[in-house]
Design a binder for this molecule. Structure first.
Ligand SMILES: CCCCCCc1ccc(Oc2ccc(Oc3cccc(O)n3)cc2)c(O)c1
Length: 260
């Protein structure tokens, strides 16, 4: 249900589109339908074509920029490009994470320090890195909305989620500390805790497919959530309807997290 105009005139950067199944793409479609002007990153040359094709499906000149969040120079360049093109930023969507394969396949107790560091740098610290660069552009806009993606595995020991659960716990604490720091600038920082959705990344988590079935049996709404469900929550957080909300985790999981 495109809420036409809900984010009309807002300029939004969306980080983490890899393909049409990405949660970030669901959010992009909702913000586009709401009238926002969008920009995307692509992590590397391998993903550039996918992102280019998706961006072009939204309109003729939707910009895409190279940005691997482990490279500070690429984050700097991305925001310099946005400064030049837009001179301001209203919305920043952070929808990216990574944990090395071995850390997801093995037992949590065997997590190696380098894999822990990689997972936390990409999945949690990167929000600080991009928020710091977004701040001046959002101040220019008189405030803004930043939101990221998290999962129930941050607060429950979900079999197989392993070090990504630790990273999401750090990400949720990061949301609170950034909300406290940036609130005086009128910049809100929140997280969407999404139920499991079949994305490229999800396929990399052992036991993922079992969880989808359990949702239909146990979630209060007796169904899985879709990209569109997440997109709608993203549109809400990007819009002024959520102007009183910051530092929170918004569950969009068919109610699953309330069940024992
Ligand atoms: C057993 C847990 C099932 C529910 C998992 C729901 C979920 C699915 C996907 C999620 O996003 C990621 C992103 C990257 C990620 O790390 C990956 C992904 C593929 C390969 C790899 O080496 N690391 C793992 C999960 C996520 O945070 C949460």
């Amino acid at each position: 249900m495109p809420a036409a105009g809900l984010v009309a005139g807002k300029k939004a950067l969306i980080l983490g589109v890899a393909n049409k199944r990405s949660i970030a793409w669901g959010i992009a479609q909702a913000l586009h339908a709401g009238g926002a002007e969008l920009a995307f990153n692509y992590q590397n040359e391998r993903l550039r074509e996918n992102v280019e094709e998706l961006a072009r499906s939204l309109g003729p000149d939707v910009p895409i920029y190279p940005c691997d969040v482990t490279r500070p120079a690429e984050i700097d360049a991305l925001f310099a490009s946005l400064e030049e093109r837009w001179g301001r930023l209203d919305v920043l969507v952070h929808s990216l994470a990574y944990a090395p394969r071995e850390a997801l396949d093995g037992a949590f107790v065997d997590t190696r320090p380098e894999d822990w560091d990689t997972a936390l740098q990409i999945s949690a610290y990167s929000l600080v890195a991009v928020a710091r660069r977004a701040r001046p552009l959002m101040q220019r806009a008189g405030g803004g909305s930043i939101f990221t993606m998290t999962y129930l595995g941050s607060e429950r020991a979900v079999q197989g989620y392993n070090v990504m659960g630790v990273a999401k716990a750090a990400l949720e604490a990061t949301v609170r500390y950034l909300a406290a720091d940036l609130g005086p600038d009128g910049i809100r920082v929140n997280a969407i805790s999404a139920g499991p959705i079949k994305t490229l990344a999800a396929m990399g988590v052992k036991g993922f497919s079992n969880i989808l079935k359990v949702m239909e049996e146990r979630a209060p709404l007796r169904r899985n959530v879709t990209q569109e469900d997440i997109g709608g929550a993203g549109l809400f957080l990007a819009s002024d309807l959520s102007r009183g909300i910051t530092g929170t985790v918004l569950f969009v999981d068919a109610g699953y997290h309330i069940m024992g």
